[in-house]
Design a protein around this ligand. Structure first.
Ligand SMILES: Nc1ncnc2c1ncn2[C@@H]1O[C@H](COP(=O)(O)OP(=O)(O)OP(=O)(O)O)[C@@H](O)[C@H]1O
Length: 269
């Protein structure tokens, strides 16, 4: 059954002197536990789409449906991870992680224990009483991940969460996040500029055309790669094949060639 449905989303930004068409008729569906990456040139509307799904922006047209119901009609738990960790420097790691339950006034020993278990799971045992500035960038992003997960989000939105990290830390974190999301069967959408990251973490990749963003092409990641850890995935023979296809699509967009469509539907590889 369809879990999340992005139904014909278009969005215009109206400013004082101008109007920006950010998204044009975006439609796709996701099953529960599925992981999708959004790739596309800068300014094609990837973050705008995530903000619409998160309910931070009201779309001009279309609907976001969660299990068949309009997302904006109900309260939902949407997890958001960004390039910056946004941990409060004056709070300990545990207090940062417990921010959601604290705000919701449900902080208790049981949730704290869960937070400690999650911290252990992401390799952060023993840092609960430390402050963010004593942790590395990768450690802080792991704490941010726990802060997101402790709220038991129905959907996780990941907007370039690894892009500020060094390459080694980024690969390690991709592995960890992928493992955790699979363990907890979380439905997630990742915005990235990194084709390798998209391939190695996703079930499907949606490539958007340049502004206004519309779907250019959807790629299914081969099952052999989906069953592999992201780091090992990059060594798989099928990785190179799909990499070249996605790279090809990105180059078509870069060259300004028309959208590839077949029979009125977006072509899926
Ligand atoms: N608040 C706003 N007001 C006006 N225009 C906006 C606003 N936010 C975004 N835009 C414009 O909408 C378009 C899509 O922006 P968005 O940030 O979603 O793109 P993106 O694909 O995430 O870009 P990047 O890859 O560079 O992060 C861009 O042209 C951007 O300038």
């Amino acid at each position: 059954m369809t879990f999340l449905s992005i139904d014909n989303i278009s969005h215009l930004f109206f400013n004082k002197d101008s109007t920006t068409e950010a998204l044009d008729s975006i439609s796709f569906t996701m099953n529960e536990g599925e992981f999708i990456s959004l790739l596309g040139p800068s300014g094609c509307g990837k973050s705008t789409l995530l903000n619409i799904i998160a309910g931070l922006i009201n779309q001009t047209e279309g609907e976001v449906l969660l299990q068949g119901k309009r997302l904006r009609d109900q309260e939902h738990k949407i997890g958001y991870m960004l390039q910056q960790d946004y941990l409060f420097p004056w709070k300990t790691i545990l207090d940062n992680v417990m921010l959601g339950p604290q705000i919701a006034k449900v902080r208790n020993e049981e949730i704290e224990l869960e937070a400690m278990n999650l911290l252990e799971e992401v390799g952060l045992t023993g840092v609960e009483d430390k402050y963010p500035n004593s942790l590395s960038g990768g450690m802080r992003q792991r704490a941010a991940l726990v802060r997101t997960l402790i709220n038991e989000p129905e959907i996780l939105l990941l907007d370039e969460p690894f892009s500020a990290l060094d390459y080694f830390t980024k690969l390690k974190l991709e592995d960890l996040v992928s493992k955790i999301l699979k363990t907890y069967q979380k439905t997630a959408i990742l915005v990235t500029h990194d084709i390798g990251e998209a391939i190695s973490m996703s079930d499907r990749i949606i490539v958007l055309d340049r502004q206004p963003g519309k779907i250019h092409q959807i790629f299914e990641v081969p099952i052999e790669l989906r069953n592999e850890r992201p780091f090992l995935c990059r060594r798989h023979s099928k990785y190179q094949t799909i990499f070249e296809k996605v790279w090809g699509a990105m180059n078509v967009i870069e060259a300004g060639t028309a959208t590839i469509e077949s029979g009125g539907r977006h072509e899926t590889e």
